[in-house]
Design a protein around this ligand. Structure first.
Ligand code: FES
Length: 163
């Protein structure tokens, strides 16, 4: 019976099928899945394992090794806080503390309303004007609690997408 077979499964099977014969197929497959869905869903693991003739534990091991891969659906807005040295010298630790308190989540978590996912990154190439934060494709400079609160307010109240 195919009762539990979903549209997502069909998409995953097609996607995995199109890449399974490429050399070192696992990473390209995982990247493509994350590009498509925003994360690597649990149901992708057996599909990948079957196609590549390995175990789901093998697939899980690779996903866990690369922090780039997300295991749950991200929030509507991805916020990435720089934790590297130059930003730390400019107050990134205090900024990070504020971000976590304001959103009430830690790194690699998503707010209960599904609006924000918080990630740590290590240098955004914006060292001279840190603390730096990336929101979507945009890197914001000289972040502080006030600027962050305004950003959150804009994104949640007005549903603005900053580019
Ligand atoms: S150290 Fe934060 S942007 Fe480079």
């Amino acid at each position: 019976m195919e009762d539990n077979h979903t549209v997502m499964d069909t998409t995953l099977e097609q996607l995995v099928g199109s890449l399974k014969d490429t050399p070192g197929a696992l990473l390209p497959i995982l990247h493509r899945i994350q590009d498509q869905f925003g994360y690597v869903p649990d149901r992708a693991l057996p599909i990948i394992a079957k196609a590549l003739r390995c175990t789901t534990a093998d697939v899980h091991g690779v996903i866990s090794f690369y922090h780039h891969f997300r295991r749950s659906q991200p929030g509507r807005h991805l916020l990435e806080v720089c934790r590297a040295e130059a930003c730390q010298a400019r107050g990134a630790r205090e900024f990070e503390r504020h971000v976590k308190e304001r959103l009430r989540i830690g790194f690699d978590q998503t707010t209960a309303d599904g609006e924000f996912t918080l990630k740590a990154v290590y240098c955004l190439g914006n060292c001279a004007t840190g603390p730096s934060l990336r929101q979507g494709d945009r890197v914001l400079s000289r972040m502080n609690p006030e600027r962050f609160d305004r950003l959150v307010e804009d994104l949640t109240t007005y549903k603005l997408e900053l580019k």
